[in-house]
Design a protein around this ligand. Structure first.
Ligand code: ZN
Length: 146
């Protein structure tokens, strides 16, 4: 388990240092901003929707390693997915990081955040990008984690 945890940590560090899809989309059809006042994490998420499908996704922002890595892995996981699939993943991800499940079979790489459930204050960092995504999908402008 400790090896696995080390591997998870490496992936989080890698994604926080070299975030994937870290860019504004010039042709975005949805955009939302998120802010986590507890930690100071800020994110702007861009979506290009084609019907119900997320054709492209990108983000910009500044925050701690967990929030940046979470946003980066989110963009990797959701590109090409449907809105319904994205919402299902959010539900699973939320259950994982809040310790309600340790299964998360469909989460793939996103499972690296399972350790976050041991640090309640970090849950908001890990879920910020997801709350922002939900807002973007629903057409809202600003997401703030409570
Ligand atoms: Zn944070």
């Amino acid at each position: 388990m400790s090896d696995l945890r080390g591997l998870y940590q490496e992936m989080i560090i890698d994604h926080s240092k070299r975030p994937r899809n870290f860019r504004a989309l010039a042709d975005a059809t949805r955009k939302a901003e998120g802010y986590n006042p507890l930690c100071g994490d800020r994110i702007t998420l861009y979506l290009k929707m084609e019907g119900e499908r997320i054709a492209d996704i990108g983000f910009q922002g500044a925050g701690c390693a967990i929030s940046t890595a979470s946003a980066s892995l989110l963009t990797e996981a959701l590109k090409g997915k449907s809105r319904a699939e994205a919402e299902k993943l959010f539900t699973e991800f939320h259950a994982l990081v809040t310790g309600k499940t340790d299964d998360g079979a469909e989460l793939g790489k996103l499972k690296v955040f399972s350790g976050v459930s041991e640090f309640p204050i970090r849950v908001k960092c890990a879920t910020l990008a997801w709350h922002t995504l939900k807002n973007a999908l629903e057409g809202g402008e600003t997401a703030t984690t409570e």
